[in-house]
Write a protein that binds this ligand. Structure first.
Ligand SMILES: [Mg+2]
Length: 253
C-alpha cells in the first residue's frame, strides 16, 4: 500500500489570494492588527505558523496570541467561506483532476492531504473542485504548527483506514515549496516537487527532490513516475525518471 499526500496551495490549486484576504480580516478583527501580513511569505507555512509569525513580529505577546487563536481561526473560516462563496475562483493546476482521480482509483494507493491549511480551510478551498472525496486521509495545520510533524499524523490516520502500517518509504509527499521537500525528508518519504506554485524549477531542484515536475499536464508520465518512484528511494535512489523538457534534473544523493 502506498500513501500519496498532496499539498494544497500551489500544488492542487490556487485560490488567488483568498487565504491572505481571509487572514487579514480575521487578524484585524481578533487582534486589532494584521501586522505585516501583506509582505509575509505564506508559501509552505502552516496556518498557525502564519498567525504566530505575523503577530509576534507585530509585538503581540504570546499569551495574547494563544488566548484568542480559536477565535481567530473561527473568523478566518467565516471570511474564507464568504470570499469563496462570492464567486471567487479556485483554479486547479494542470492535470491535477486526472492525476488525483487515477491515483485514488488504484487499489494499492491511498490519496490524502498534507497541508498547512487548517482542516476547515482545506475543505473550503477544495469543495468547489469536487475533488474532496478522493482525499481519504489528511494532516493539517490544525493538527500541528510544525509541518514536519504532519507526516506521522497522516500515516497514522492512513494506517487506521487500511488496517495496517504504511512504511515511511512508501509515503510520497507532493508539494510546491522547499518546505514540502524538507517535510518529506524529515520522515523518509519520497519527495516530489512541482513548480506550479511560486517557486521556479531551479529553486526546487536545489532542494534535491526525488522527482521534479514543471506541472502534471502529462498525466500518464506523472502517474508512471509517481507510482514507480514510490517506495524505492532507499534501495534505488536513482530510479526516478528524469524530468522532461527544460526542467533541470534534481541531484539525488
Ligand atoms: Mg503549497
Amino acid at each position: 500500500m502506498r500513501l500519496f499526500l498532496f499539498d494544497i496551495d500551489g500544488t492542487l490549486l490556487i485560490a488567488r489570494g483568498a487565504g491572505r484576504a481571509a487572514f487579514r480580516q480575521a487578524l484585524e478583527r481578533t487582534y486589532g492588527t494584521a501586522g505585516a501580513l501583506d509582505v509575509y511569505d505564506l508559501r509552505g507555512k502552516t496556518d498557525p505558523r502564519i498567525v504566530w509569525d505575523v503577530l509576534t513580529a507585530a509585538g503581540v505577546p504570546g499569551e495574547a496570541i494563544e488566548a484568542r487563536l480559536g477565535d481567530c481561526f473561527e473568523a478566518y473560516v467565516r471570511e474564507l467561506e464568504t470570499i469563496l462563496g462570492d464567486g471567487h475562483v479556485v483554479e486547479l493546476m494542470p492535470g491535477i483532476r486526472e492525476l488525483v482521480g487515477a491515483l485514488s482509483a488504484r487499489p494499492d494507493a491511498v490519496v490524502g492531504l498534507l497541508t498547512g491549511n487548517i482542516e476547515a480551510g482545506a475543505r473550503l478551498k477544495l469543495r468547489p473542485t469536487g475533488l474532496l472525496p478522493h482525499f481519504r486521509v489528511g494532516a493539517y495545520g490544525s493538527d500541528h504548527v510544525d509541518r514536519r510533524r504532519l507526516p506521522p499524523i497522516a500515516r497514522e490516520r492512513a494506517a487506521r483506514l487500511v488496517g495496517r502500517d504504511i512504511d515511511g518509504a512508501r509515503v510520497t509527499i507532493i508539494g510546491d515549496t522547499p518546505h514540502d521537500v524538507d517535510c518529506a525528508r524529515a520522515c523518509g518519504a519520497v519527495a516530489v516537487a512541482v513548480a506550479t506554485g511560486q517557486y521556479p524549477p531551479d529553486e526546487l531542484a536545489a532542494c534535491a527532490p526525488d522527482l521534479l515536475f514543471r506541472d502534471f499536464s502529462d498525466v500518464a508520465y506523472a502517474l508512471a513516475a509517481l507510482t514507480s518512484c514510490a517506495g524505492r528511494r532507499h534501495t534505488e535512489p536513482d530510479s526516478g525518471h528524469p524530468p522532461m523538457g527544460p526542467v533541470p534534473r534534481p541531484t539525488v544523493e
